[in-house]
Design a protein around this ligand. Structure first.
Ligand code: CMP
Length: 142
């Protein structure tokens, strides 16, 4: 059971001015912020991040969407982080997300679904290092 996961507050979250509300939900659920930044992804960075979906029909649109505006990657820490965070955000498709989940509350579509969460401990480690250097993580680790 790992204790870290990567969240990304996606461009729709930033555009709709929901950064504060979503971070409040995350911290109220017991997650600690280990590192955080606001950035606009390049095509290469978004393409690399979503490399696992390269063969999927939605890949090109996904990369286009994730580079359409700034986003906020956040490294989070909590016991059982990956699974608990996925419960907190709800299903990828907000129409299928449970009542009270972040996507159910704030998301408009499967693409503009407010927030990303890692799907395994192995991917969490890879995804955190996609955005944060070891030094950044150590400096922010309290
Ligand atoms: P995320 O958790 O960031 O991982 C991959 C993303 O692809 C997913 O959230 C969705 O926002 C996006 N996506 C777009 N279309 C689809 C689809 N048909 N099925 C799954 N994911 C999709």
């Amino acid at each position: 059971m790992g204790n870290r996961t990567l969240a990304i507050l996606k461009p729709d979250c930033v555009e709709k001015n929901l950064i504060g509300q979503v971070i409040t939900k995350i911290t109220e659920a017991g997650f600690k912020i280990v590192a955080m930044k606001m950035t606009r992804l390049t095509e290469a960075s978004a393409g690399g991040f979503y490399e696992v979906h390269k063969e999927r029909p939605f890949y090109t649109d996904l990369v286009k969407y994730m580079t359409s505006g700034p986003c906020v990657p956040i490294a989070l820490e909590k016991e059982n982080a990956v699974e608990d965070f996925r419960k907190l955000i709800g299903a990828t498709n907000p129409k299928e997300a449970e009542e009270g989940t972040i996507r159910r509350m704030y998301a408009d579509s499967i693409e503009a679904n407010v927030v990303h969460g890692s799907d395994s401990d192995e991917n969490a480690a890879k995804e955190i290092s996609h955005f944060f250097s070891r030094k950044e993580l150590l400096e922010n680790y309290g």
